[in-house]
Design a protein around this ligand. Sequence first.
Ligand code: NDP
Length: 605
Amino acid sequence: MGTASDATPDTDDRGEEIDLDALRARYARERERRIRPDGAAQYRSAAGEFGYYAKDPYTPRTEREPLTDTVEVLVVGGGFGGLVTGARLRQAGVESIRMTDEAGDFGGTWYWNRYPGIHCDIESYSYMPLLEEVGYVPRWRYAPGEEIRRHAVAIADTFDLYRDAVFHTRVTALDWDDQACEWVVGTDRGDRMRARFVITSSGTLTQPKLPGIPGIETFGGHTFHTSRWDYGYTGGDQEGGLTGLADKRVAVVGTGATGVQVIPHLGRDAKHLYVFQRTPSSVDVRDNRPTDPEWAASLKPGWQRERMENFLAIVSGERVGTDMVQDGWTSTARLQRKMISGALDTSVSPEERERIDELVDARKMNQIRARVDEVVDDPATAELLKPWYRYMCKRPCFSDHYLQTFNRPNVTLVDTADHGGITRMTEDAIVVGDTEYPVDCVVFATGFDVGVSGVMSGALPVRGRGGRDLLGSWSRGPRTLHGFYSDGFPNLFQLGAVQNANSVNFTHILVEQAEHIAAVVARGRKDGVPVIEPSAEAVEEWGRTVRETAHDNSAFQAQCTPGYYNREGAGVHGGFSYSPGPVAFHRLLRDWREDRMHEVLGAKP
Ligand code: NDP
């Protein structure tokens, strides 16, 4: 990637010299301050005793009889991955499709997350899939959550995916029946359905997590997680107007991408808001704006694919002539290479590349920190809101309202970094160090068990040929061809980033995955093969390719403040996804479909 900043001297936007040694030392101190010995174990899943945090507040559960029928394709997950797969299969002529989801409707992440202020921070024209197929142009450059959720419903309507769908249904077991060449699908509704093909797309941001704060269970006030917003308590809707909070002292825990979006609304409407921060986010300019109707009218068929490809190429480090999106993601593409796989700039030595990366990073972070000083009136508060780490250590955030909220007299920022987070909770207060903050309500903006699909966590046991356990056969790491399927598990396809591609625009990844799976299934049906399954050799070969091409970003991770990107400071190595990046991967898939697809269609039942 060639960017203008590559060639600049070692100075920041204000012309001040960048002292990389001093910056590294400062970042290391911040990391030390934040490292906790319990790492990822500090969190609790919203399950068991805390299961009520994960209950569906939006759709009443209706009783139904258990199902024992047979469908051709069963899709686990009604988010964008499942929806696009269902849509492409319909287009390929598959009539019998059953969509399933634990939620009460389609939408996945966008079903669950309805907190005030929710928006997608990827440009909607590239993020919302199948816009042309559904005949829709988003109303905003960065769409609000409700518009995105409705679009998910529109996809389901357009492709008739409500037919045979079951909601509030968790798939609890998948067992391959060798004789019938079908999957037997067990659920928490007592179903024993059958399906020839099963496709899992159960998402990465679905299971809410809570901080393991001592005494959390003793708090007697009102609490909920941002992904299960309690509008019955707060009043208002996703656009705000939380009138129920006018007489309440509210605490919000967490200042990640969710916290940054929700805090302006809580600040506006609560009697008093305490923001409990552990690590500040980097918060850049948002610059949202309504869609220009003239631009929308000028769009030619194929426009969305072109825009998606352009965005993906830029944020993956590919060289392209035009930046169609021109936003905070495309302008920081070089820095994203630290976290999300993609093409590496090989025109300079690795050492020089690293030096340039660090300087570009420092310039960006100096700009982000300078913005805090510009916006926040109180210098002490501004100091606490400055992020001291490299750009991709945490998910970058964008807002034109967040920092401004700390100028309100009813908003207090409570920094918990020196205590590793909140110290404890009592019946009516949050305690940090020795200071008690009495509150009526606590909103947990503390994120999700990221990246853990039911299959990977073991919550959805899968038994293939001869009862072989999928996680057991993955005990030394995932074994797949292209991330989709494994030998011993016929007619089972998984969507997700494992041994597949990854990108900040994850719906683009899902669109490619859905199209690939639909193409393979369509070809299998056309050829009349009973099973689709890769050989053990093909799986081994792909595992080797992923390992051998892996970019090791552990050195970068090791100097980052803890978070889910680096397993709370424990570190991660490259090779989770295909490191050469999504553009290369999609090309590879296209070639494979041309030349090698027959290899998964030859297996004996
Ligand atoms: P995150 O996991 O990113 O943030 C959790 C927050 O809770 C962090 O600020 C964390 O602090 C804080 N926290 C956790 N435990 C404690 C504790 N004991 N005391 C004090 N603070 C604590 O979750 P989010 O929901 O914000 O975001 C999750 C992901 O969802 C994002 O990374 C993004 O991928 C996606 N997202 C996308 C959006 C979009 O527009 N596309 C919008 C919102 C979310 P610390 O950082 O110190 O661990």
